[in-house]
Design a protein around this ligand. Structure first.
Ligand SMILES: [Zn+2]
Length: 425
């Protein structure tokens, strides 16, 4: 048993309780106690005096092996970024580079406090392997595009992967058609039916840019959301990344089917895609998960930073400070994100929940004068204040040291792969 004593615990439970000088006890992968001080004489004790514990971040949408392209693909719009830079580079990936890229990304996620991630890349199996090795958990998927002649075998291997991990507590699998503009309606219908039959969620890009939205309407007389509904895809749980250009009716369709919106504010700003109408979606009761998107369009996987931007961008965009607040943003980066992805067992610090959390220091000048802790976390805090990341009850990172990953090897392999991908271009 591991017991974390004397911490300020930000639970993100239904009443958003904050416990001062509290105790959090972990047995195996689960939290077994959260509350006022309680002593456990035989446990491994972690003294958290002066520190705060909050749930680990749940990253709603990522492309982990894209770490190699960070800094090489900047200051472009989505279509040029994707077709001129990213797709040609991605064709140079090998199983090893995907795996090593995912491991390096996992190191960044761990360091910045993310414990669960919903990833989409070419071969979900390598991301799954990297997550397991890093001690993280998440949903993985293998991207499907109609131009890929191997799409059927990608789909079959995704189903095999789901079968392989069906009893695993850490890895889930989604079916991932890339987007409306890279998939035919026939394929979308077929992949949707396959996902529904297998009981798997669908993870897809949706209405990320105005041109995507308008071209879809021109092609099909429907918005991407309406098209997905008409093809029966909404019969399974849809994880819709972006939803920047979205109509009132789209939101109602999303609500009706219990689909979820994966909100990537920094990527949407950086690619000049726009700002998703999240306050309106929340008014309508939609499920929202804050997400980083891939490291080549953000360019970090730092959910703390994402949460802060998600709290700020809507205020500025709508010129109304009341449309978003710190609590809402923290919720949608933790518990709300977990629920949006279909996880009921994480995102808050409560008995019986998965022991996924971070411990951070507040003795920095920015955090030392402690007023409202949730406001401080979102508006003043920084992932660099994280001293410990715990996932599935295991300490993954402690005071600058990775406990599970051999970080020298992970980054060495990634550097070698970077040379391979960019060589002879
Ligand atoms: Zn994406």
């Amino acid at each position: 048993m591991k017991v974390f004593q004397n911490a300020c615990i930000v639970t993100v439970n239904s009443s958003f309780d904050v416990i001062e000088k509290g105790t959090l006890a972990v047995e195996g992968k689960k939290i077994v106690y959260v509350g006022p001080r309680r002593d456990y004489p035989d446990a491994e004790i972690f003294d958290c005096s002066g520190k705060v514990i909050m749930p680990g971040f749940v990253n709603g949408h990522a492309h982990m092996p894209m770490i190699f392209f960070r800094g090489y693909t900047d200051d472009l719009n989505l279509q040029d970024w994707l077709w001129q830079r990213i797709f040609p580079l991605e064709s140079r990936h090998t199983p090893d580079t995907e795996y090593h890229g995912a491991l390096a990304a996992a190191a960044e996620l761990t360091r910045t406090g993310t414990t669960t991630v919903n990833d989409m890349y070419y071969h979900g199996e390598y991301v799954a392997r990297a997550l397991k090795e890093a001690g993280l958990s998440g949903t993985v998927s293998s991207c499907l595009m109609s131009s890929n002649e191997q799409a059927e075998s990608v789909l079959r291997s995704a189903l095999d992967l789901a079968d392989r991990y069906k009893d695993d507590e850490d890895i889930r699998v989604a079916i991932a058609p890339h987007a409306e503009y890279t998939c035919t309606p026939e394929d979308l219908r077929y992949w949707g039916e396959t996902a529904a039959k297998a009981g798997l969620p669908i993870h897809i890009h949706c209405s990320e840019t105005r041109s995507e939205h308008e071209e879809c309407v021109a092609r099909h007389g429907m918005t991407p959301v309406e098209l997905f509904e008409s093809l029966g895809m909404m019969e399974t749980h849809m994880l819709l990344a972006h939803c920047v250009y979205i109509t009132e009716n789209d939101m109602d369709v999303i609500k009706k089917h219990g689909a979820s919106v994966l909100h990537n504010p920094i990527s949407n700003l950086k690619l000049a895609s726009g700002v998703a109408p999240i306050p309106k979606m929340l008014e309508k009761g939609l499920k929202v998960a804050i997400s980083t998107d891939g490291p080549a369009s953000n360019n970090t996987q730092d959910m703390w930073e994402e949460m802060r931007v998600a709290a700020l961008v809507h205020k500025g965009y709508l010129r109304d400070p009341l449309v978003m607040n710190a609590k809402t943003s923290l919720y949608h980066a933790t518990k709300g994100a977990a629920l949006a992805l279909g996880y009921n067992d994480r995102g808050s610090l409560e008995e019986g929940m998965r022991a996924d959390f971070v411990v951070f220091r507040t003795d920095s000048p920015a955090m030392d004068i402690r007023t409202d802790i949730v406001n401080l976390i979102v508006y003043s805090g920084n992932s660099r204040d994280i001293v410990m990341t715990v996932a599935g009850g295991e300490v993954l990172y402690d005071s600058g040291e990775y406990r599970k990953l051999d970080i020298e090897k992970v980054m060495g392999d990634a550097r070698n792969d970077f040379e391979t991908i960019f060589r002879d271009r």
